[in-house]
Design a protein around this ligand. Structure first.
Ligand SMILES: *[C@@H]1O[C@H](CO)[C@@H](O)[C@H](O)[C@H]1NC(C)=O
Ligand SMILES: *[C@@H]1O[C@H](CO)[C@@H](O)[C@H](O)[C@H]1NC(C)=O
Ligand SMILES: *[C@@H]1O[C@H](CO)[C@@H](O)[C@H](O)[C@H]1NC(C)=O
Ligand SMILES: *[C@@H]1O[C@H](CO)[C@@H](O)[C@H](O)[C@H]1NC(C)=O
Ligand SMILES: *[C@@H]1O[C@H](CO)[C@@H](O)[C@H](O)[C@H]1NC(C)=O
Ligand SMILES: *[C@@H]1O[C@H](CO)[C@@H](O)[C@H](O)[C@H]1NC(C)=O
Ligand SMILES: *[C@@H]1O[C@H](CO)[C@@H](O)[C@H](O)[C@H]1NC(C)=O
Length: 832
């Protein structure tokens, strides 16, 4: 047969099998050179695709590195000219390199020279026959000056997450047969399913067996991403094709790998985890001062008061309106706030008013740092102040200019953090403040891009005071966490529109558990401080009271985010990727590893149906019921009247809590209590009787300790492990507290906690003895104690055993970095 006939027949077979033409790359790979972990070569165009979009580039340079590691980086670019590339100085130096030592799954590359295609697969034995994680095979590759197209296959039955920022009306998973646009702009987040303030071209792909991988297109160019039933297609208007494939194979490992490239989130200052109040439209210094006084009088925690552009003179950054916001009294007021441990956070927009009488304008011109037009003149736009120039935040001299402006502003009134709005014009990332006393900066930004979490916290922008916005906020904050920005919240009670008492009540019951909690309302609408309605005041006191008690747990989750990229607020699928119900639990989330939040999100509702993945869930909120899902995940309807919500802690965890207070400073000064939440009776019984005298691990947790404010690398992690052991005398349990599980490069933190109490939830055996021990020498890692020195029993040591709850109080044990302390309970002693 003639080769042409064979070709025709094969083509016809292909057509009839797929029902359509199979697309192919129009490039061939030549001069392919494989060495070590890399594949390099040149792509040569065979024919032009879509000529109406301009000519294809004839030659492209291919660099694919990282095979044998958990991250493969494929870069396709123009070898003959410089094209726009995201400035790598904004990213960790590991950005260009293959994965680090924490590798679990490793990847291999498969490629074909003509037509060119490239695929990444896991090397693991069981994966060999499975679908590749990334594959351009059978898809067209297009590279023109202003149109680039790259397509990868994705499994049809996988659930896909990512491609923020948008408000999703359909929950967190992406929909198939949809096009998602990456073009960040000042578009209020009250509009669902549209591209908003940030661009994050990253996807996480979860297969039915729970195996998870990630794909990142490292590009700040505008693009459409088409997610079809079996492929994801990127259509980009410039730059280069710079792709990463992350092997996972768990959501946690994908986050670890992805944030290794884009940068890990910063640990926010401890105080910024408190509750914030903000409004656009506060009329005067007297009015904001009254807001603070009214919060104090209502005994609702208030950590920071914010001021919007209202305080400025003609919307000029770094100025005060002397009529209603006179600078000298303002400065004194801020000092008084600080004396009560309350922070002030002003807005600073990135645009500088064009005004020859304005210092920031003149200094910006002199430093020549404004963004320019083609003509060389500074680009002039219109925002709040009228004619405006924008500093070019990636210009080398801008940092100095901005720093000087902020220092002078700080002298006018000592702000504690900054709020950056109206920054969608460009995808800049800056070091927002480096205050002269070398404290950790806190900056909240609306616009974000890959890696913003290294520098800033985020709010989801201009939402509305509606029940839909309340509901949608859950996916929005979870999405931000998956994009590496874990310190995130939505405006509590809604920004635009009149909120209602019921909505604001439900919103604080949810928002108190956002990683970032701020009440914020718009100019033309009513006031919505929590003290405005008695029922909201009560809900706020209760919910924020629990938030403040949980701050040590939340702060530890931020350290996890900083070390490994793990989100603080996590979707249920994050820990149960193979559970299909967990992918559909759109109204719930985990706070850290162990707390499950199930809020009411519907008007008029007094119950809520939540999904409880396998395990036992102890109610942490008074009034909620414990849920035993130890035989398998289940849906449960929870009675939840207005003013109530549902907070559960996972059996098998040890939770750190402090005391509720009106400021985070007071929380930090309060003693520590530990909650030991035990697994289900069945799970515990499975351990019993089998290993006489052998300690069985039954619950675990950790606590991150630092000073909460400085950048000094002095910190440590305390580790908590609870065991049970059976002896002839019966069953006893003990909780071991051991430090330092990990510590900073400059050593341990000098901050010590005092352990006041331990609560054990789910202890079904008799208790006749409770003791506290200190261990000398300290316990080593994984050492389960056998010998112990009993502490002189504190006179105040008390315990109470009711049902299956055991509370031990009056412990008064000093927990420093090197402490080894244990608390024992049961009948008979665990120690020889
Ligand atoms: C790799 O990940 C799997 C699933 O999370 C886990 O079971 C396995 O122990 C991990 N292997 C290593 C070497 O970390
Ligand atoms: C998407 O479109 C494909 C056909 O192109 C169809 O087979 C598939 O069912 C669609 N999927 C959804 C979720 O609509
Ligand atoms: C991308 O998706 C949109 C929406 O589904 C569709 O209209 C468009 O044809 C798709 N484009 C391509 C090139 O597949
Ligand atoms: C503060 O509370 C007082 C007394 O209830 C009230 O008159 C005043 O309007 C409140 N001011 C603000 C700004 O909330
Ligand atoms: C939940 O509330 C609805 C009314 O909103 C009621 O019809 C339903 O019976 C309640 N379910 C439970 C299990 O209480
Ligand atoms: C539940 O309520 C009781 C009594 O008001 C209180 O002592 C206890 O601390 C509360 N527990 C929680 C977790 O809020
Ligand atoms: C914390 O405890 C350690 C060890 O007991 C001690 O050296 C240190 O001074 C304590 N720090 C503070 C601030 O009290």
């Amino acid at each position: 047969m003639h080769w042409l006939t064979v070709h025709l027949i094969l083509t016809l077979i292909t057509y009839s099998l797929s029902g359509q033409a199979t697309a192919q790359s129009r490039y061939d790979l030549v001069n392919a050179a494989e060495s070590g972990d890399s594949l390099r070569g040149t792509l040569v165009s065979r024919s032009t695709a879509s000529p109406e979009l301009g000519p294809d580039l004839l030659y492209l340079k291919l660099d694919a590195i990282g095979r044998g590691s958990d991250t493969i980086h494929i870069k396709i670019t123009d070898p003959s000219s410089t094209r726009w590339e995201v400035p790598l100085t904004l990213y960790p130096s590991s950005n260009n390199h293959k994965g680090g030592g924490a590798a679990n799954a490793t990847l291999k590359l498969e490629w074909a020279p003509s037509p060119f295609s490239i695929s990444a697969k896991r090397e693991e034995e069981k994966e060999k026959s499975g679908p590749p994680l990334f594959s351009t095979l059978g898809h067209e590759l297009i590279f023109k000056d202003q149109y680039l197209q790259l397509t990868t296959s994705v499994p049809e039955d996988a659930v896909i997450y990512g491609l923020g920022e948008r408000t999703s009306s359909s929950g967190l998973p992406l929909l198939r047969n949809m096009s998602y646009t990456m073009w960040n702009r000042d578009r209020p987040s009250l509009f669902p399913d549209e591209n908003l303030y940030g661009s994050h071209p990253f996807i996480m792909i979860v297969q039915p067996d729970g195996s998870t991988h990630g794909i990142l297109l490292f590009s700040s160019n505008a693009m459409d991403v088409n997610v079809s039933h079996d492929a994801v297609q990127y259509r980009v208007v410039g730059g280069m094709l710079d792709v990463y494939c992350f092997a996972g194979p768990t959501p946690d490992l994908v986050m670890e790998q992805y944030t290794r490239v884009i940068g890990r989130p910063t640990v926010p200052p401890f105080w910024s985890l408190g509750f914030h109040q903000c409004k656009y439209g506060y009329k005067s210094l007297a009015e904001v001062a009254a807001v603070v006084e009214n919060y104090t009088a209502a005994e609702i925690p208030l950590e920071a008061i914010w001021t919007d552009i209202d305080y400025m003179s003609g919307f000029r950054d770094f100025t005060f309106n002397e009529d209603r916001w006179p600078q000298k009294p303002f400065k004194e007021w801020v000092q008084k706030l600080h004396d009560s441990n309350i922070a002030w956070v002003p807005i600073v927009d990135p645009g500088i008013m064009v005004d020859p009488e304005y210092d920031a304008y003149n200094k910006g011109l002199a430093a020549d740092i404004f963004i320019k037009e083609g003509s060389g003149e500074p680009y002039k736009g219109q925002v709040w102040p009228g004619p405006t120039h924008w500093p070019d935040f990636i210009h080398p001299d801008t940092q100095d200019y901005w720093q000087q402006q902020l220092e002078a502003f700080h002298d006018l009134a000592a702000f504690d953090g900054l709020w950056i709005d109206m920054n969608e014009a460009s995808n800049f990332i800056e070091d927002p403040i480096a205050p002269s006393d070398g404290k950790r900066p806190f900056a909240l930004t609306r616009s974000t891009f890959l890696g913003s979490g290294q520098y800033v916290s985020h709010w989801t922008g201009d939402n509305a005071a509606t029940w839909n916005d309340l509901r949608w906020s859950v996916s929005s904050i979870l999405s931000s966490g998956l994009h590496g920005i874990p310190h995130v919240g939505a405006d509590i009670c809604g920004f635009t529109g009149f909120t209602t008492e019921e909505l604001c009540n439900r919103w604080i019951l949810l928002g108190a558990f956002y990683p970032f909690a701020r009440d914020h309302s718009d100019f033309n609408w009513g006031y919505q401080e929590l003290y405005r309605w008695p029922s909201v005041q009560e809900a706020g006191k209760k919910a924020l009271g629990l938030r403040y008690r949980l701050l040590p747990h939340m702060y530890t989750a931020f350290q996890r985010a900083h070390e490994q990229g793990t989100p603080v607020a996590r979707p249920l699928f994050y820990h149960w990727p193979a559970d299909e119900h967990a992918h559909k639990a759109h109204g719930q989330f985990l706070l850290g590893h162990d707390i499950l939040i199930t809020p009411v999100l519907t008007e008029g509702a007094t119950n809520v149906t939540g999904y409880f993945p396998q395990g036992v869930w102890h109610a942490l909120w008074n009034g909620s019921a414990d849920i035993d899902a130890s035989k398998g995940g289940k849906h449960q309807t929870l009675n939840t009247p207005l003013g109530e919500t549902n907070v559960h802690v996972r059996g098998g965890s040890v939770l750190s809590m402090q005391e509720a207070a009106l400021t985070t400073a007071a929380v930090r000064a309060s003693p520590l209590s530990l909650l030991v939440a035990l697994p289900s009776l069945e799970e515990l019984q499975a351990l019993e009787g089998r290993h006489m005298h052998q300690a069985q691990l039954i619950a675990e947790g950790s606590l991150y300790v630092d000073d909460g404010v400085t950048l000094e690398d002095k910190w440590h992690m305390l580790h908590f492990a609870a065991y049970q052991v059976e002896s002839a005398e019966g069953i006893s349990g003990f909780l071991q507290i051991r430090g330092p599980a990990e510590q900073g490069n400059r050593g341990c933190s000098e901050v010590n906690h005092t352990l006041a109490s331990v609560q054990v939830r789910g202890w079904q055996h008799p208790v006749s003895l409770v003791q506290v021990h200190a261990h000398q020498p300290p316990l080593a890692e994984h050492q389960v104690l056998t010998r112990a020195v009993e502490l002189p029993s504190p006179r105040a040591l008390q315990w109470q055993h009711q049902g299956s709850d055991l509370t031990v109080s009056g412990i008064d044990a000093h927990l420093s970095c090197s402490s080894s302390v244990s608390v024992e309970w049961g009948s008979g002693t665990a120690y020889a």
